[in-house]
Design a protein around this ligand. Structure first.
Ligand code: UGA
Length: 438
């Protein structure tokens, strides 16, 4: 059991803190955002993440998890400090490290014994060295400390499961002492045979960026294949399934669609390009993946425009705003850019999202948000699926058709099957699959 402080209560910080408390550690989650901390003190999680609320509540009740805005006390009372603060993208596309630097400075100033600083935030290679340097400069106590890189691979929407059953644990540590503590902290997962990659700090930092950039590239790759499929009348979903059956390729992250969004892939791919640039290397493949992704949402708008014979003066129902299902996160969500483009082109929009609607209202103006799918499609000239929420997968399509002004469906996530949609009498358009026959 360790006394642990987690700095930053976003997705990564809160999930890490709650799960480490569940392992039996005493965890203090600290954040400078007072409103976040006061909701958390009432066990209210300030964002939507399945299962997180329960695990927070359980550990608060058992006295193992607490929240505070007092970062310094949190550091003083802990041996291990996990840094999970935001690293937003700066205007130049680099990761902004000012929050990381703030925490490092506080650790230096409050180093009242041996401590390990664990970098969980996604930070460019070299950041752990920077943190090490800041602590050395600010600390006068003479106590030892170590900085460890321990990147997190959890996904929004399945964060708890991803933390509790990771594919691997990556530990970039420069001393045996720090490695031993980290291995003890992760003991419950190691006992479940989770592989541990024990490496140096910079390699560990790179693993995180390389993994995200590779997954982003996989998505852009299949989206390009989808574009060819459309032109030659092939079916990308079959191409992707067959490719995925090759164990060297694997089936995951090969779903063609509106492209990737969220707080990680767009930011991390750009940051990696910047890191490469600074190291004197032109990272061509990742750059191309970014360009293809940026274009993919515009391709979706062009698809809608073509399907409708022009969108000007027409009403379009946007179904799904979150950047992916099971989250209320709208950062870099394709739906936001698409909605804005369609509005610029003169379309009127209605909209519905099972969870992200309140958030969506702050991102796009002049959309008539509705209580459910049926209200959104009522009288619409077309409906567009942008996020593949489960509740969109088995809709009463006859009812939808009867409510719409014209039965035009553009499915940006390939939720439905083209033959069935044709049979039901829809003009149905999807991504990288055979267009309607006849
Ligand atoms: C991603 C990584 O998957 C996590 O491993 C990582 O820890 C996290 O970033 C991070 O760096 O913090 P996340 O952004 O939550 O997680 O979401 P993903 O499930 O990876 O989806 C990202 C985007 O790719 C979504 O917009 C999704 O719709 C899109 N996507 C995903 C596709 O378009 N096609 C696919 O086949 C898969």
């Amino acid at each position: 059991m360790y006394n642990i402080c987690v700095a930053g209560t976003g997705y990564v910080g809160l999930v890490t803190g709650a799960c480490l408390a569940d392992f039996g550690n005493v965890v203090r989650c600290v954040d400078i955002d007072e409103s976040k901390i006061s909701s958390l003190e009432n066990s209210e999680v300030p964002f939507y993440e399945p299962g997180l609320q329960e695990i927070v509540k359980r550990n608060v009740e058992r006295g193992r998890l607490s929240f505070s805005t007092d970062v310094n006390t949190g550091i003083e009372e802990s041996t291990v400090i996990f840094v999970a603060v935001g690293t937003p993208m700066s205007d130049e596309g680099q990761a902004d490290l000012s929050y990381v630097e703030m925490v490092a400075k506080s650790v230096g100033e409050h180093l009242n014994g041996y401590k390990i600083v664990v970098m969980k935030s996604t930070v460019p290679a070299g950041t752990c060295d920077l943190v090490q340097g800041i602590i050395e400069i600010t600390s006068t106590s003479g106590h030892d400390f170590d900085v460890v890189s321990n990147p997190e691979f959890l996904r929004e929407g399945s964060a708890i499961e991803d933390f509790m059953k990771p594919d691997r644990i990556v530990l970039g540590a420069s001393t045996e002492r720090a490695l031993k503590v980290m291995t003890e902290i992760y003991r419950p997962l190691i006992l479940e045979n989770t592989p541990v990659v024990d490496t140096d700090v910079k390699t560990s930092e790179m693993i995180k960026y390389a993994s995200n950039a590779f997954l982003a590239t996989k998505i852009s790759f299949i989206n390009e294949i989808a574009s060819i499929c459309e032109r030659i009348h092939a079916d990308v979903s079959v191409v992707s399934r067959a490719m995925g059956l090759d164990e060297r390729i694997g089936p995951k992250f090969l779903r063609a669609g509106a492209g990737y969004g969220g707080s990680c892939f767009p930011k991390d791919t750009r940051a990696l390009v910047k890191t490469a640039e600074a190291a004197g290397y032109d990272l061509r493949i990742v750059k191309a993946a970014i360009t293809v992704n940026d274009e993919q949402r515009r391709n979706m708008v062009a698809k809608i425009d073509e399907a409708m014979g022009g969108v000007k003066g027409k009403t379009i129902a946007i179904l799904g705003f979150a950047f992916k299902p099971d989250t209320d996160d709208l950062r870099e969500a394709p739906a936001i850019d698409m909605a804005k483009d369609l509005q610029r082109m003169g379309a009127a929009l209605t909209g519905y999202d099972p969870v992200a609607m309140e958030e969506a209202k702050t991102f796009v103006k002049d959309v008539t948000f509705c209580e459910d799918v049926f209200e959104a499609v009522k009288g619409a000239d077309a409906a567009v699926f942008v996020t593949e929420w489960n509740e969109f997968r088995d809709l009463d399509l006859d009812k939808i058709k009867s409510l719409m002004k014209s039965p035009v469906l553009i499915d940006c996530r390939n939720i439905y099957e083209p033959p069935r949609m044709k049979e039901l009498g829809f003009e149905y358009f999807s991504v990288g699959r055979r267009p309607r026959e006849g």
